[in-house]
Design a protein around this ligand. Structure first.
Ligand code: ADQ
Length: 482
């Protein structure tokens, strides 16, 4: 435990976020003492500003197996650690969450594995999260449960604490009904989610899939986005496309420090005429192999001159104990090695591939430096990287190549949209994005920037929480009247 963290008995919280991970990582100082620092990642990036505005509590696993920690405060936030055993990390996290649900919800790009012992662990861990939350939430508190790891928590929590207002948000796509029904525990998951008052999805299609499933599979009455549960409660299923803190990222990118760093990055890359950039968590859903394949072919065919252009791919390794992720890492290493080896170019290789996690200022500098941002997931709930790139282009320059299969593609319509399965189409789009006129690029970027700045993370959270509040007031009033 950090000496800077306090472990006093915490007051009940009126706003509680429940997520698989706490928004901190443990780090060891030079003198060997442990400390916490904010951790990177889509979910954490999204929530950090809201938690600081609201000063609530956050319930989540602290990242180390077989260890019980007391609640503590860090950076003005009450953090409530939920312990996981090593077996639970294997079965609940790596197994059911990341080898069953993650592939199933991402179009079964990889084959989902259905194992009963993984499901049992998922139920046990969801129950533990619900129990901890029930203990920390004040009377009538707002509880916001996050993501696919915790889909049973809304129902488990409601059974203990019917006074709470419960929201749930799914950060990844909710799959088409034909895929979802493969899940042996499909009814339990639907019922788990229905414990919430408001179930949020990235896209309207996800909300519609959910409503259709509860109507068809559970026989519940539905009217557009409203579901009436067996016990007569109203549950709303709606889309809330997640956003970023665009203004602060924009400010960071506009600093002298970011400008200098961006120049330095380009210089280190040999001052190329065009710098292509990829930034991802290393995941098979992100289409990293497809984009490297496309870029490699453009080099081989001589459509891109490696003297002029470079591709910088940043990828933070994740879920490294899951087989498929280890294999993907090897596959990418091999492909990058092949493309670089086959290029007859002497000097800097055409593709640079780095596994480093960078601070925000450094990320802003990379986004400033990149001329063509390449975001090619085969399926992605939203994709914050696309929005972050747009937020950092103060001069309305640069080009975003964006997969049609990301949630972001519905909002960033002026991107160079692409089907990443179509390697020839991807190659043409990369060429177009590279060679388009500055006027066209400027027009596209201006419109996208307006979108990203007008719809930021604060608006996202406010809209969700306002709807949750309104919905629970209306249903309380109608229950009192009835
Ligand atoms: P992720 O799949 O993790 O998120 P994404 O939305 O792109 O994907 O977020 C990744 C985050 O990590 C970005 O904020 C990015 O800046 C950061 N990042 C990436 N590489 C980094 C590096 N090398 N160093 C430091 N930071 C790095 C899930 C869903 C998405 C959804 C988000 C939020 O899969 O679809 O958009 O949650 O809901």
């Amino acid at each position: 435990m950090s000496p800077k963290s306090s472990t006093r008995k915490l007051d009940p919280a009126s706003f509680v976020v429940v997520a698989n991970r706490l928004p901190v990582d443990r780090v060891e100082g030079p003198d060997g003492t442990a400390d916490w620092r904010p951790s990177p990642g889509g979910l954490v990036t999204a929530f950090d500003p809201i938690m600081h505005r609201r000063r609530g509590a956050w319930v989540g696993w602290h990242g180390a197996a077989d260890e019980e920690l007391e609640p503590f405060e860090e950076d003005g936030m009450a953090l409530i650690p939920v312990p996981l055993s090593s077996d639970e990390v294997t079965d609940y996290y790596e197994g059911f969450s990341n080898a069953t649900l993650w592939p199933l919800y991402h179009d079964a790009i990889a084959t989902p594995q259905f194992r009963r012992e993984w499901w049992d662990a998922y139920v046990t861990v969801n129950r533990r999260f619900a129990d901890r939350t029930a203990k920390v939430a004040a009377e009538g508190a707002v509880v916001w449960v996050q993501d696919y790891h915790l889909q049973l928590v809304p129902q488990l929590l409601r059974r203990q604490r019917p006074d709470l207002r419960i929201g749930f948000f799914l950060h990844i796509p909710f799959p088409p009904t034909e895929l979802f029904v493969q899940l042996p525990w499909r009814h339990q998951i639907l019922e788990g989610l229905l414990g919430a008052d408001l179930v949020g999805f990235q896209l309207p299609g996800g909300a519609q899939n959910f409503v259709r499933l509860v109507r068809q599979r559970l026989g519940l009455e539905t009217l557009r986005d409203r579901i009436t549960t067996a016990d007569g409660r109203d549950v709303l299923a709606r889309a809330y496309p997640i956003a970023i803190d665009a203004r602060s990222l924009n400010e960071l990118a506009a600093t002298e420090q970011a400008a200098e760093r961006a120049t330095q990055i380009r210089h280190d890359l040999g001052d190329p005429r065009v710098m292509f950039l990829g930034v991802d968590r290393l995941d098979y859903t992100k289409g990293i192999l497809e984009r490297i394949q496309a870029f490699g072919e453009l080099i081989t065919e001589g459509r891109i001159d490696p003297d002029e252009a470079v591709f910088l791919q940043l990828a933070i390794p994740s879920r490294e104990r899951v087989d498929l992720y280890r294999q993907l890492r090897d596959d990418i290493d091999r492909l990058v090695g092949r493309v670089n080896g086959e290029s007859k170019h002497i000097g800097r290789p055409p593709i640079l591939y780095l596994h480093v996690s960078y601070p925000r200022i450094e990320m802003a500098a990379f986004y400033r430096a990149g001329d063509v941002m390449v975001v090619t997931p085969l399926r992605d709930g939203m994709n914050l990287v696309a929005k972050e790139y747009v937020a950092c282009r103060m001069a309305d320059d640069g080009a975003l190549v964006l997969s049609e299969f990301t949630g972001a593609a519905r909002e960033l319509r002026q991107a160079y949209l692409v089907n990443p399965h179509d390697i020839d189409g991807l190659k043409d789009r990369l060429m177009e994005a590279m060679n388009d006129s500055p006027q066209n690029k400027g027009r596209r970027m201006r419109l996208m920037r307006r979108q990203v700045v007008d719809n930021d993370i604060f608006k996202w959270a406010d809209t969700f929480l306002d709807d949750l509040e309104r919905l629970t007031q209306t249903s309380q009033a109608s229950q009192e009247a009835g």
